[in-house]
Design a protein around this ligand. Sequence first.
Ligand code: EPU
Length: 292
Amino acid sequence: MNIFAGLESTVKKNCPMADYTWYRLGGCADWLICPTTTAQLQTVLKRCYENDMPIHILGNGSNLLVGDAGVRGAVVKLGGETFGKYEFKRTTLTTGAAVDLQKLVQESVKKGLGGLESLAGIPGTIGGAVKMNAGGRFGDIGTSVQSVQVMDMEGDIFEKAKPELVFDYRQANITASVILGATMDLMEGDPQELLKMVKEVWIYKKNTQPLDMRNAGCIFKNPRGLSAGALIDRAGLKGEKIGGAVVSEKHANFIVTEKGCKSADVKALIEKIQQKVKELFDVELELEIEIW
Ligand code: EPU
């Protein structure tokens, strides 16, 4: 029985996930589903729920490692007009979850609206960025987000707003299955000044991160008060290699990949780093990337 009968236009069976992740690694998802309307998404979630099918929500695949064995169940990627639109009204930005974060960084700067410029260079969709409170040393997205629209597995839609909505370091208290969109409060600013900030953030990143190599951003969260990159560096692990996975020479919290790399190589290197850092500094490094 095809549990997605009637949704054929949005469903692919046995879909290679490498095509959807920045690492370009990993096996097939049993199902990849790309709903473009709220009604389609409701049907997909209900069918998965009723059939006990596990579900994963995919954004830009930029902070994600998919295992070589692939993903069992359904991977859902929002797209199309409904989830891909955004609108500025004075200083309020309302956006769908599938919109590209960098697109909004650019658009808001052009309009002289501040708040997102600190996120320059962080790849991701709005859904993914909100879910993990994407950010870096210059700021995070949670500072600007006022509310999120979410859907649960039964297809019901809710809104969660501050102060109930709480953002913390690389996390948000959003438990609903799918983020549909977000509303942000931006601040009036000078487009030239904002553009200058964007350029500064980019230059900083270019100088300190291996942006020209295949990577998934920082692998580990910074432990409270410490830098994961600095710890891995001090452990002497820069350049450490397993198969095609290498600890970046430029920033030790990045694992870059070479031709022929397998997902298992990256996983093995992650474990090696965790063990060594634990052994030397008694610090347990927690993953920042998601592993499916
Ligand atoms: N450092 C080293 N060796 C290294 C890397 C870093 O000694 O190999 C030192 C640096 O010299 C610096 C300190 O560690 O003194 C912190 O490094 P950095 O300023 O690069 O920042 P980070 O804490 O490593 C954070 C975010 C990045 C974000 C940058 C810049 C986390 C885990 N990392 O990195 O986010 O791009 O600040 O804003 O929150 C990401 O989320 O994927 C990511 C890359």
